[in-house]
Design a protein around this ligand. Sequence first.
Ligand code: MN
Length: 433
Amino acid sequence: MDFSKAIEMIRKSNKILIVSHYDCDGLCSAKILSTALKKENKEISVRIAKELSKKIIEDIEEKFEKENFDLMIFSDLGSSNLSLLPNKDIIIFDHHMPEKIELPENIVQINPIVENMELCGAGVCYLFASKINNNQELIDYAIVGAIGDNQAEIGENRKIVLEAEKIKRLKIEKGLRLFGHINRPLHYSLTYSKLLPLKDCSEVVQFISDLKINLNHSGKIKSYYDLSKEEKERLFLGIIKERIRNNLDPTNIFSDIYLLTKQPRELMDALEFSTILNAFGRLEKFDEALKLLDGNLEKLEEVMTIYKRKLATYLSWTTENINNFQQTKNILFINAGEKIDENMIGTITSIIINSCTNKKIVVGLAWAADGVKISARSRMPEVDLNEVMNKVCEKLGGKGGGHKEAAGGKIEKGKEEKFIKLFAEEIKETIFN
Ligand SMILES: [Mn+2]
């Protein structure tokens, strides 16, 4: 990736408007760019966007003109909307599939996909930041962005991971395959991990105490991270024994934990950090998210409580109705209408495909203010969701795209049934229901 043109544009400008995507990767991109550019004495303003519609781009252009900005940077978005972008000096740092038009002259685009590479948006921003100055400490956010987009082990992201380990900002440990290593009470993370064939929390608490592990840690409940080496060993052995006894594979219980050594405890586990940023984004707490990234943890607990409550409500609605949803042999359609917040339909489809169904593709549809938000997840290697979503949404006058295993789109309200039919046809199946 050649950053020279982008650097030249940065050197010439003073007041820069950064427009970034609202998910973990986008928020991390905004953090990296704004920190690095402030260091260069640029005046910076950040705008977080869920998507780039015509209306949003008009808003951005108006702000740009009114407040006399001289450069616009898009991060973790922009490439798929090239023809909508205004005729101003623009830099794009993105890793989404570019719109298939000739790149307008006013735009400098840095997109690893164009060069057949894989790197998350925050990774692109980090490489750029490290070209303009010493910005090593920003590597944390490149890693969190990659984890948020589920690609830390892939392509160029891997190189950044190795660099972070080398400068000791990242430590990768083998640990139990569960979520919330540092900040979740152990019995919760164990219960949700499904590592144990036990039904509920109280059985897990009993299991832990049978192993002579004291969950109490000066009035607070221990997390996985709080266990001593000996306690961890007892826990590993206990889980392995329990799994063998129940005829479950005892080998598949570990995963890598990415520990950001310089972050506060709340944000030290990169996976927890990415979940937090996604939660802030989906609740549209953009200012709070940027403050969190600047080290202000005041709102963390409050926002996460709201998020967990919402997620639990949506998830129980989905699982209660799962047998009534339209489905084919391979696809489950969660046509949620107003039952699920459009910002969270993607999370729900991810959870459902990972732990609540044997279907190979899950598609969620939820009402948004300006149409129906669609989110699809696939674990069928022969399917390219980016292509399918793009084609089907466009047929219905909407827009869609993304990645091979995860893609999204938007169509007009009332076209849900047509979408479902066309989508199933595109995957070449008939709807039985
Ligand atoms: Mn991204």
